[in-house]
Design a protein around this ligand. Structure first.
Ligand SMILES: CC(C)(COP(=O)(O)OP(=O)(O)OC[C@H]1O[C@@H](n2cnc3c(N)ncnc32)[C@H](O)[C@@H]1OP(=O)(O)O)[C@@H](O)C(=O)NCCC(=O)NCCS
Length: 328
């Protein structure tokens, strides 16, 4: 243990170190890290604080920090031969310093097991929501990271295409606290009050040519727009084209706006529909979301059916209304 050294691995690091990090990653997390090792995603700061035993990588934790100080903590991993020796704490300590160095306001993560959640609780992370067994946690580093600042009313807001550097800001939206509110993002399977990292990669996977592997081409009809505020991102609108058989014809349209910014629903919907390259879209509405029922009915969406208990997450289930609009 005495030879353990902690240092960051970033896009500037030697390829041998990057390769060792990538060996610990799978699937979407692999390409996300591999891509950021070629260069930063927009203005994001990304890296991993890694513990090395000599040249051998033995523990990691990654940090992602946006220019507006929203941060993600991910990739917390210790090599099996080195577990239980305080290495996770060592790399986490380093990452807490990294957040301070770059002025992070709030940090978000997802955790499953209770004993692992307890590691994060010791750093001040609190549970801000759950989706099934996945708990979302937030660490508020200073007052400017509180929800009442991030989502304060009256911010100047504009709709723009989602960018690669928006991950942590969108995560702040999804981790926002709204007692009594369930807002789903149907196709991605996440809820306001839940964590968003994997879902962000799924979205990017649909569209980002040159970043995702060659065989994963952008899908016709895909769109994603965000409602950008002054402090962070206040909303997300997506059209996700259907899979295989109906590719190119239909998709699922979904809008999630922070409840204080619902007045932008109409503008977001118009943006998503404008020049849409699909024959028709479906919308899934949770039965209690009356404001969404009103919005979509007003805009020509027709109800097809009630889907009882259509979404089940552990012991919670939701009744869904299915709506459709034809564009051809
Ligand atoms: C989670 C993980 C990173 C912990 O790494 P580690 O280097 O063994 O952790 P540490 O030795 O620094 O221990 C950190 C704390 O967890 C506790 N801990 C470690 N292993 C534990 C275990 N198997 N059961 C219960 N508590 C445990 C330690 O006692 C310590 O708590 P303390 O502060 O009260 O002393 C490691 O088990 C791992 O890589 N797991 C697989 C990947 C994973 O699940 N990552 C988390 C994703 S959210």
């Amino acid at each position: 243990m005495s030879n353990i050294v902690v240092r960051p691995v970033t896009y500037k690091s030697p390829q041998s170190e990057k390769d060792q990090v990538l060996k610990t990653h799978e699937d979407l997390y692999y390409w996300a890290t591999e891509s950021r090792f070629k260069g930063p995603w927009e203005k994001e700061i990304f890296g991993l604080n890694c513990a090395f035993d000599g040249d051998k990588l033995v523990a990691t934790t990654s940090y992602t920090i946006t220019p507006r100080g929203q941060a993600i903590l991910s990739d917390v991993y210790t090599h099996p031969d080195y577990r239980g020796q305080g290495l996770a704490k060592k790399v986490l300590d380093a990452t807490m310093e990294t957040y301070k160095k770059y002025g992070a306001r709030a940090v978000y993560l997802a955790a499953w097991d209770e004993w692992i959640r307890n590691i994060y609780r010791k750093y001040g992370f609190v549970n801000v929501g759950n989706m099934g067994g996945r708990g979302s946690f937030k660490l508020t580093l200073n007052d400017s990271g509180k929800d009442e600042v991030l989502f304060r009313e009256g911010q100047k807001a504009e709709i723009r295409p989602m960018g690669l550097g928006d991950q942590a800001d969108i995560t702040s939206l999804f981790c926002a606290q709204h007692p009594g509110l369930v807002i789903k993002h149907y196709e991605l399977g996440c809820y306001l009050g839940s964590y968003f990292e994997a879902e962000f990669y799924v979205l990017q996977n649909q569209v980002t040519e040159g970043v995702v592997p060659e065989e994963r081409k952008p899908k016709k009809g895909y769109r994603s727009y965000i409602l950008d505020g002054e402090e962070t991102i206040l909303g997300l609108g997506t059209v996700i084209p259907g899979g295989r058989r109906h590719e190119g014809h239909s998709g699922i349209l979904d809008i999630i706006l922070h409840p204080s910014y619902r007045e932008y629903n109409q503008a977001m919907l118009e943006k998503l529909e404008d020049g849409l390259a699909l024959d028709h879209v479906y919308v899934y509405i949770e039965e209690n979301e009356q404001f969404k029922i009103d919005l979509f009915e007003k805009n020509g969406y027709k109800k097809l059916t009630n889907l009882e208990n259509h979404i089940k997450i552990v012991d919670e289930s939701f009744n869904i209304l299915l709506y459709k609009k034809n564009f051809k």
